[in-house]
Design a protein around this ligand. Structure first.
Ligand code: PLP
Length: 402
């Protein structure tokens, strides 16, 4: 609970759900229409075309009225059969949850990873995947499943390198990728990177509330779905893709979230995806400048893989990250992301995805700095000053040239 009656806006700086812009909130407040009528069909066709551009694919993107977890299940249920082996890579909490889901669905996941705490500070090791696939001479492994932007750590993974590893091993496994938190903040290319199923969700870079999620589907994945034998009914791609041809769904779709998605696609595509990706990289730089100035460690240990979506901030030994978060929430009305799974209490997360600007991030950083001081955390210097210097010294337009 807050120790005052909050005024102004709450600062929602968790790595999703992200703040929903007024323009999208207004679009979603329109009356719900007949989902079998002509007006809806036109909306359906427009959002299906728009979302394909965001995934950078020419192939179908299936939209589910479900959270990201549902789209995870859809990716597995459509492409695999009971007892199939799948290769997964432990990059953090979300990779672990997808792995657990695979077991619960009756698959046999093999979980590769770096030893100890290191795995949660690095990305997918494509070399380890290549080596494992080369050893699988019988082609028992049917899919490789990896997380593109590990939301629990703030580490991205090189998906094109994973594709190259599968190809170098001359292995027919499908490539399934979770970019639930990466899409529309971090560069992501479904077709170019040779991904078979990409899973994403609405409540992150797309700036929508939670409630819809996605499967982008390659022709090879679609082919696999015709013979895959895991039970699938609600998640089955075939009927949905068929009805999507005319802009409709086989069930009642999430009409008002689709109004929002339509608005989000208009906003993102009119700005241009490169502009969008550049601004998140820049915000990530500014936030990391603050973390370094505080003298704290960034959870991601590989600078080439810093997430443009969020930054994980590690606490010094003996400091409870959740105690700091609690102070920042109660005193300054700002939500920061908790440490999940193995790193609970050891770190917290600052989101720089979706609808931010320099000053919302400065507010979050000021909240952190005040929270650290109130919690008695010894800081090396002012992160707020370092971030102000970075943002003032690096106009957003310059970042586009990278
Ligand atoms: N995968 C990743 C990378 C996520 O960040 C999340 C949610 O934060 C999920 C999966 C699960 O999605 P949802 O909570 O929408 O079911």
């Amino acid at each position: 609970t807050l120790d005052f009656h909050p005024t102004g806006r709450h600062f929602l700086q968790i790595p999703g759900p992200s703040p929903v812009p007024d323009r999208i909130l207004r679009a979603m407040s329109l009356p719900t229409i007949d989902h079998r009528g002509p007006e809806f069909g036109a909306l359906g066709l427009k959002v299906l075309a728009g979302i394909r551009q965001i995934f950078q694919t020419r192939h179908p993107v299936v939209i589910y009225p479900a959270s990201g977890t549902g789209a995870w299940e859809a990716a597995l249920a459509n492409t695999l059969s009971p007892g199939d082996s799948v290769l997964m890579f432990e990059t953090g909490h979300f990779a672990s949850l997808w792995n657990r889901m695979a077991t619960r669905l009756g698959l046999k996941p093999e979980f590769l990873g770096l030893p100890g705490a290191e795995g949660w500070r690095h990305g997918v090791q494509a070399g380890m995947i290549e080596e494992r696939l080369k050893a699988d001479t019988q082609h028992a492994i049917k899919a490789v499943c990896v997380v593109h932007n590990e939301t629990s750590t703030g580490v991205t993974s090189d998906i094109a390198a994973v594709r190259r590893a599968i190809d170098a091993a001359k292995h027919p496994a499908l490539l399934l990728v979770d970019t639930i938190s990466g899409l529309a903040s971090a560069d992501y290319r479904h077709d170019e990177w040779g991904v078979d199923v990409t899973v994403s969700g609405s409540q992150k870079g797309l700036m929508l509330p939670p409630g819809i999620s996605f499967n982008a589907v390659s022709p090879k994945a679609l082919e696999a779905s015709r013979t895959a034998r895991l039970p699938k009914a609600f998640w089955a791609w075939d009927e949905i893709i068929e009805m999507n041809q005319t802009g409709y769904w086989p069930y009642t779709p999430n009409t008002n979230l689709l109004y929002g998605l339509n608005e989000a696609c208009d906003m993102l595509l009119s700005q241009g995806l490169d502009t969008v990706f550049a601004r998140h990289r820049r915000w990530g730089e500014g936030v990391r400048a603050a973390v370094r100035a505080w003298g704290l460690e960034i959870q991601c240990a590989d600078p080439a893989l810093y997430s443009p979506v969020l930054t994980g901030v590690m606490m010094p030994e003996g400091v409870d990250a959740d105690a700091v978060r609690k102070i920042v929430y109660e005193r300054f009305d700002c939500s920061l992301g908790t440490g999940l799974g193995k790193v609970r209490g050891r770190m917290f997360r600052i989101g720089h995805l979706g609808d931010c600007n320099d000053l919302t991030l400065m507010a979050a950083l000021a909240g952190c700095e005040m929270g650290f001081r109130l919690a008695g955390v010894k800081l090396a210097g002012s992160g707020v000053q370092a971030a102000m210097d970075y943002f003032a010294g690096h106009p957003a337009s310059l970042d586009l040239r990278r």
